[in-house]
Design a protein around this ligand. Structure first.
Ligand code: G6P
Ligand code: MN
Length: 468
């Protein structure tokens, strides 16, 4: 076996050199998940150096204590350091992970509450909320991509920043297909379907297609056949897992596919809006309070910081998508980290991409990458979420074949919305921003779109500046 540190080496480089990972958004709440996964993979991943970058040194200090706690618990240390200087952070990096929240959770609260006041879905990434989130995030992410292109032209950027599909398409305009978008929901869906079938996910082939937070599983094949029809016919098995319980056996049988959980907001939009309006606080408002409490503990010793982080994470995951579950009448909380296998979750997707590229494993990973010819009803540069073979040359998306018209149609409409949003974000054009909102299937009229945009602009300084 080759030594770890040789693996990430650029072709033609002489002798061993240090392999560097930069985490942009290094003070973010999910960074300890990434660091924990790195610790577990010390033997197979090539990193010698981890650099955290964030605009807030205080948030990084809090997260650094949690990382110290994790290292101490595992009796292992992967050196890391923190900086607020972006150029220095990414300089010479081999991989850059990026998960930032422009406008913080205060911004999310605005994204979600403005449409709700018009009876329209208010959600982090789906509907008007996702458009507004993208309008302020894309300019900041383009700056990150430009810094990476200048300071680390050979780096791969693994992007978690939401809305991940739009953000990845926007930054591909700067750095091409070296930007790869990641989400944990498709792999989670495949894992749950495999479990419902009593099979190991590694033994199956999953025909999953769409855009980020807008995808469907249309087949789950073993060496003989597609097993999905069997699952769709078994009502008990269907309602025993997250997506089955949410959408209901009847609707899944009509579709003949299993949708990503985010399709709930399209198929049961009215019920979700009612459920959110009846809940005491929007998801953003709940998290704003919860996260502020956690970050206020700055200064605690590592073991206490780790315990506080774990408790906060547990609560966050139990209440994930609670409004959809309540609209669907599903009892109980979402599975939390403690109940999931260690090898699940979004950090594992990120590690899979890094491992596949650094070690040229040519693994199949569902990720957000340029379409090429995977979905024939979209052009080659559209960023889509499909299985891709990932090796040293990056992701090569696989062809998906025919998909039902209703799914292709929705994907095309939302791609048009995404592109109007990206252009609006890059140009500061109000009419394009309103067009993006008005074209969204969840926004019922052009006037509503105008009012929602005005509501956003009135409450968000970032938008006032850009959309004068
Ligand atoms: C999933 C999605 C992410 C999203 C998150 C929201 O993990 O894949 O894209 O940001 O849920 O969870 P939250 O706890 O912030 O509501
Ligand atoms: Mn996601």
């Amino acid at each position: 076996m080759r030594r770890g540190r040789e693996r990430g080496r650029a072709p033609g480089a002489q002798g061993p050199r240090r392999v560097k990972l930069t985490i942009v958004g290094g003070g973010g709440f999910r960074v300890p998940l990434v660091y924990g996964a790195l610790l577990r993979r010390r033997a197979t991943l090539p990193f010698d150096e981890v650099v955290l970058h964030d605009v807030s040194a205080a948030r990084m200090a809090r997260i650094s204590a949690v990382l110290e706690g994790l290292g101490a618990e595992r009796g292992e240390r992967l050196p890391f350091r923190a900086t607020t200087d972006l150029e220095e952070a990414v300089d010479g990096a081999d991989f850059v992970f990026c998960a930032v929240r422009v406008g913080l959770l205060e911004g999310r609260v605005v994204d979600e509450t403005v449409p709700l006041s018009y009876g329209v879905l208010g959600q982090e990434t789906t509907g008007p909320g996702g458009i507004c989130f993208a309008l302020r995030t894309i300019p900041a992410m383009v700056e990150v991509a430009e810094a990476v292109a200048r300071k680390a032209p050979d780096a791969w950027l693994v992007n978690f920043t939401n809305p991940a599909g739009m953000v990845t398409e926007a930054i591909q305009q700067v750095m091409g297909e070296r930007a790869v978008g990641i989400c944990d929901s498709p792999s989670g869906l495949c894992r749950r379907v495999a479990a419902a079938l009593g099979r190991d996910a590694d033994e199956l082939w999953f025909d999953y297609f769409g855009l980020n937070h807008l995808g469907w599983l249309k087949a789950a094949r073993d060496t003989r056949e597609d097993l999905l029809p069997r699952l769709l016919a078994d009502e008990a098995a269907l309602t025993g897992f997250e997506e089955g319980a949410l959408f209901g056996a009847d609707w899944l049988q009509s579709l003949g596919m299993i949708p990503n959980e985010y399709l709930y907001y399209f198929y049961y939009g009215a019920e979700t809006v009612d459920a959110i309006r009846e809940s005491p606080a929007s998801r953003g408002a709940y998290l704003l309070e919860q996260q502020a409490r956690f970050y206020r503990g700055n200064g605690q010793p590592p073991a206490d910081a780790l315990a506080a982080w774990r408790a906060t994470r547990h609560e966050r995951e139990r209440t994930y998508m609670a409004e959809a579950r309540s609209a669907a009448g599903v009892e109980g909380g979402h599975a939390s980290g403690d109940e999931l296998p260690e090898e699940a979750g979004y950090e594992v997707e990120a590690m899979a991409v890094v491992e596949a590229i650094a070690n040229n494993t040519r693994s199949v990973i569902i990720c957000n990458t340029a379409n090429r010819s995977a979905l024939p009803f979209l052009d080659a540069r559209a960023v889509v979420e499909v299985p891709a073979v990932v090796g040293r040359a990056g992701p090569q998306p696989v062809a998906i074949g025919p998909v039902p018209d209703h799914a292709a149609g929705l994907v095309q409409s939302i791609k048009a919305v995404e592109r109007a949003t990206i252009e609006a974000a890059l140009t500061g054009s109000t009419s394009l921003a309103v067009k993006a909102l008005a074209l969204h299937p969840l926004v019922p009229s052009v006037n509503r779109a105008r009012e929602i945009f005005e509501g956003y602009r009135a409450r968000l300084p970032e938008l006032q500046e850009r959309f004068a």
